[in-house]
Write a protein that binds this ligand. Structure first.
Ligand code: FE
Length: 151
């Protein structure tokens, strides 16, 4: 098993994640389309991992794909995510994980818009949105305790 910078036991993850966050991030669950907190969020800011707080996606790469999940054409930094081949559920897909904690985020498809042509289809439950105003006020680092508190 690969070692991640942030590792916790299932019991420890359950202490800091809601049941839905745990199911998605740690058990590769998928929230139902159009039910998540962020698919229709148009605020400016950044999307961090709900598990470990790593900054994963920025609002300037978010677009309306119509698929019912938050969609981005690129991660904030390619090094922040891992992509694994996923042949579960009778489909051949590419799973996207947080590179810092190994949490399941969603999948990436090749039907996205320019400039990348990619659609990172990400569960809202995997993400914690940080509004631009909050980033300026406290810096993103100051937000990390809130990530835990809110979870
Ligand atoms: Fe993470």
């Amino acid at each position: 098993m690969k070692k991640y910078a942030v590792e916790k036991s299932p019991e420890q993850w359950k202490e800091v994640l809601s049941p839905t966050q745990y199911e998605v991030l740690r058990e590769k669950g998928t929230e139902r389309a159009f039910t998540g907190e962020y698919y229709d969020n148009h605020e400016v800011g950044t999307y961090a991992c709900a598990g470990c707080g790593a900054e994963l996606f920025r609002s300037d790469a978010k677009y309306d794909s119509g698929c019912g999940w938050p969609s981005f054409f690129q991660p904030k930094d390619a090094a922040m995510v891992e992509e694994h081949s996923d042949v579960s559920h009778g489909m051949r897909r590419t799973e996207v994980l947080c590179a810092q904690c190994g949490g399941h985020l969603g999948h990436v498809f090749d039907d996205g818009p320019a400039p990348t042509g990619l659609r990172y289809c990400i569960n809202s439950a995997s993400l914690r949105f940080v509004h631009r105003d909050d980033m300026e006020a406290g810096g993103y680092g100051a937000y990390l305790p809130q990530v835990k508190e809110r979870a």
